[in-house]
Design a protein around this ligand. Sequence first.
Ligand code: ZN
Ligand code: ZN
Ligand code: ZN
Length: 138
Amino acid sequence: MGSPLPGTKPDQRGDTVNAKTLELWRCEGCDEIHEWEDEARECCAPEITELYGCIECDKVHDDKAEAIDCCNALTAVQCPSCLRDHGSQTINATAVRVTGHCSVCNPMYSTEQVFQVEDVHMTTTNQRGDLLRGSSSI
Ligand SMILES: [Zn+2]
Ligand SMILES: [Zn+2]
Ligand SMILES: [Zn+2]
């Protein structure tokens, strides 16, 4: 017992540990990409392949490291309603910050909220987004 030995390894906080990707599954029957594993499994084929989406630009990669490297998305904003991760530069991340939910799980926003979210998104990313279509740049 007693105090820990000097020279004990400090807590390692590697910067890539928090790297985020979006897990996706591809049905090998029709090549459709699904966000949920069960959905892919219930599609047409018994075979599914796990894929990784870049949460910043929505590009899909076979390799997790590739998806992380894509836009180097080390931070994400998680929607408290659907638990999806949204890249910090996406309009849905702004939507979660401003309104508390993203447009994927609940696209019901007041005109005022839409205006506010698109305005904040414009200020932080210099991109004009479209909240109701969920696109971060138009
Ligand atoms: Zn299918
Ligand atoms: Zn990307
Ligand atoms: Zn959501």
